[in-house]
Design a protein around this ligand. Sequence first.
Ligand code: MRU
Length: 354
Amino acid sequence: MIPPRLIFRKGALKILDQRLLPDRVKFISVKDAAATAKATKDMALRGAPLIGCAAAFGFALEIRRLRPSTSAGLRSLARRTASLLKAARPTAVALFYAADRMLNMALGFAAKNPGRFTAAARKELLDLIDREARLVTSEDAAACLAMGKLGADLLPKNCVVMTHCNAGALATMGIGTAVGVITAAHKLGKVKRAYACETRPYLQGARLTIWELMREGVPSELITDNMAAHIIKTCGVNAIVVGADRIAANGDTANKIGTYGLAVIARHHRIPFYVAAPAPTIDLLAYDGGAIVIEERSSEEVTFVKGLRIAPRGVKVRHPAFDVTPASLITALITEKGVISPVTRENIKKNLAK
Ligand code: MRU
């Protein structure tokens, strides 16, 4: 079993500190939106859907903490809180989706209850906000299950599958997206072996994904990122499944740095390249991948490994945390609403309309 990632109870949110995994299972407790945003920025929690779920809870914590007494107060608090949460990381659209959803719920309440709130209205507000945050979370868990089933059907019997970064339970409130597909296929007896790329520099694959696969009993092996092409060529890999942080309206997909390279290798070897992501990952406002903001992270994450310097002092470093895979390299997008293939604007629109 994978430990719970977020526990929301009695005005506090406990966050599984993923920076300590796999060595230690420890939770940190946060009581407001600022601390939730900081935990997100500092990578105590990570993974697109989970960042969104935490933002929804962080929003609820803030409203509960400050208990606005007027519609004007609620409106301004809700706007401030949503902006604060959205500033935590730029690429995963789930964060923006969840923060805006909570904001809209609060604005809707303010519109229906103009002026000073009665005691009953204040209680109703807190209940509504908590319920909406829990709904964001339960929808994510349900989406993971649906994607797992749809994705497992796509994989061949006896498949050898590769994944990148961590798109597992640890990145969601359910069984995961890409890893959920692999574990669902494993439960059907379809997986001969799964390869997890270590995912330099943050090592989500080495620290998190292989840990999840081992705990789920999936026959699996860890490889470093630069082994991928060789393993694909020589070890019978017949599918690659990854998650996504943001998918543009045309299907171009931002995911953890290294994903694009895997898609190129997959095309060369004529093996399918699947992206599994819940529908809110599709950002129709992003015309194509060029509109997606790519997070640049610190040089220390590249020049240090577990506190040990591995590059010369003063070295110049680039650290884009994500890359964009063009839609033309993606065999299919798997959302909870169905499988999108070929990946085109029209097919994406049809999927979202379901
Ligand atoms: O920087 P991270 O660890 O938040 O990046 C995570 C990824 O890139 C995942 O592949 C993506 O969020 C999909 S998670 C279901």
